[in-house]
Design a protein around this ligand. Structure first.
Ligand code: AHM
Ligand code: MG
Length: 352
């Protein structure tokens, strides 16, 4: 009766993260608390996205008094910022929607009374404070036609909660503690890594819970799909152009690849993760650093790819080893199946 047991023994995302924490005896649930606030934000956005089409038609959100409805990306950002601050575990927030980083007020960075008790026990066992970099609603140009969009996030641990600076977020991606995305598509799927593999959870709307549906995701070593905005081809550098040419006209007898491009990073990366292949947003003559942002697009997706057995490369180096100088820095990115990324690395190496 294994099938029956599976159906009644639900592995929720909270239970999963608590289980993982069991491996760290020093942890006291701070990360679980933080994550539950991120999950709340995702559920809110999922519900808002589902209503977005209807809202236009019947005016769901109080536009009866001529009040402008808040744009979905602005609304999503507000929800995430408030959920994260109220977790009491965040110190710095970087959002694609906010020009400046948000430094959380000291009293909101953790339960200080609890801190004091802990300090008498052991001076290094302070409450953990985190920094979260996120894009609350990525791919928003796809909202009005009902195509998948998503939230992306990366999480760092703060070194000194009483002394929080911008440097706490301007760290290489290798310092990331956890990363994930939530895709609002035909189903709502949250993909998460806390540095111990990648797991996917699907929102069961009747329970309001994310249930583990994709345990231990591994990306195939090679894929049959490439994903890029080919409209930019005239401005590409030589290695990118050669790579895409080889996808279409392989010289080694291998079959040509299929092109899939949604224009929503979360959806394009999600497909790449599950089916294999490569997603690229290269540099071009007009945008020498590409388009995608290091802190809340390139790093979290690169972290997930590596954790799933794939690779992420900038054209110059391993993507996670970048050190951002500014919070909204951009970088070219090639990520996906291990062997497909090896190919583009070889092309760049032969170029220099
Ligand atoms: P956005 O933050 O303005 O939504 O832009 C990010 C999106 C990504 O989701 C996607 O990968 C990329 O832009 C697509 O860009 P393009 O339209 O240039 O192909
Ligand atoms: Mg974005």
């Amino acid at each position: 009766h294994a099938a029956e047991a599976q159906r009644t023994d639900l592995m929720t995302i909270t239970r999963h993260v608590l289980n993982e924490q069991g491996r760290h005896p020093e942890s006291r649930g701070d990360f679980t608390i933080l994550l539950s606030h991120i999950v709340l934000g995702c559920k809110f956005v999922a519900s808002a996205v589902n209503k977005a089409g209807l809202a236009k038609l019947i005016g769901l959100a109080g536009d009866t008094n001529g009040e402008e409805q808040k744009k979905l990306d602005v609304l999503s950002n507000e929800v995430f910022v408030k959920a994260l601050v109220s977790s009491g575990r965040t110190c710095v927030l970087v959002s694609e929607e906010n020009e400046e980083a948000i430094i959380v007020d000291a009293p909101l960075r953790g339960n200080h009374e609890f801190d004091k008790i802990m300090v008498t026990v052991s001076s290094h066992q302070k409450l953990h404070g985190y920094c979260v970099c996120f894009d609350p609603l990525d791919g928003s140009s796809n909202i009005d036609c009902g195509v998948s969009i998503g939230t992306i996030f990366g999480i760092y641990m703060i070194k000194d909660k009483d002394n929080v600076t911008l440097d706490d977020v301007l760290q290489p991606g290798t310092d990331m503690l956890a990363a994930g995305y939530c895709m609002y598509g035909s189903s709502c799927t949250l993909v998460l890594s806390t540095g111990n593999g990648v797991n996917g959870f699907t929102l069961d709307p009747s329970l309001g819970e994310f249930i583990l549906t994709h345990p231990n995701i591994k990306i195939p070593n090679r894929g049959k799909i490439y994903s890029v905005n080919e409209g930019n081809a005239k401005n590409w550098d030589a290695p990118t152009a050669k790579f895409v040419e080889k996808c279409k006209f392989p010289q080694d007898g291998s079959p040509s690849k299929s092109l899939r491009y949604i224009g929503s990073m979360v959806a394009d990366v999600h497909r790449t993760l599950l089916y294999g292949g490569i997603f690229l947003y290269p540099a071009d003559q007009k945008s020498p650093n590409g388009k995608l942002r290091v802190l809340y697009e390139v790093f979290p997706m690169s972290f997930l790819m590596e954790q799933a057995g794939g690779q992420a490369f900038t054209g110059k180096q391993r993507a996670l080893e970048l050190v951002p100088r500014k919070i909204h820095d951009r970088s070219p990115i090639f990520l996906g199946s291990y062997d497909d990324v090896e190919d583009i690395k070889a092309l760049y190496a032969s170029e220099s």
